[in-house]
Design a protein around this ligand. Structure first.
Ligand SMILES: [Zn+2]
Length: 152
């Protein structure tokens, strides 16, 4: 079964009762997070969700309200003694943006694998998730994601 938790639906700045846009799914012991703005960790704590099992992070785009929570999230995952690799999916520039944010979170006990989306659409199959990235309109390069599960 796929658990889906919409952690936030707000934009620009986190509010006490409306966190920034983020979504977490759980399937077969593997979590997937879409976007990680400021306060996403707090929204996860309030929902009783753990950061440690996040195996996949998808980013829609690199405006701060969608990614500025990443360094703290990575440190929390590291402090939870995560050692499994983390896969990140995002628009062109993913590794550059994440490395810039990692200036303040340089030492992590797990590897990060980067998958940059090429073109208007791209499909990824990871940990039982079928992930379809598709281009959407915004003033910077931006993607939406469709998630489904591999049925064996
Ligand atoms: Zn934006």
């Amino acid at each position: 079964m796929l658990d889906v938790c919409l952690l936030g639906t707000g934009g620009m700045m986190p509010l006490p009762y409306r966190w920034l846009t983020a979504l977490l799914t759980r399937y077969n012991g593997s979590s997937l997070l879409i976007d990680c703005g400021e306060g996403t960790q707090v929204a996860m704590k309030k929902a009783g969700l753990s950061a440690k099992p996040i195996d996949i992070m998808c980013f829609t785009h690199y405006h701060a309200d969608h990614i500025s929570g990443l360094p703290g999230m990575l440190l929390t995952m590291g402090n939870a003694e995560r050692t499994e690799p983390l896969t990140m999916i995002g628009p062109k520039g993913l590794e550059r943006v994440v490395n810039a944010l990692r200036t303040i979170a340089p030492e992590l006990p797990f590897e990060i694998r980067y998958l940059e989306i090429n073109g208007a659409k791209q499909h990824f199959s990871i940990n039982g998730y079928e992930i379809e990235a598709f281009r959407v309109n915004h003033n910077v390069l931006c993607y939406g994601y469709t998630l489904s599960l591999i049925h064996i």
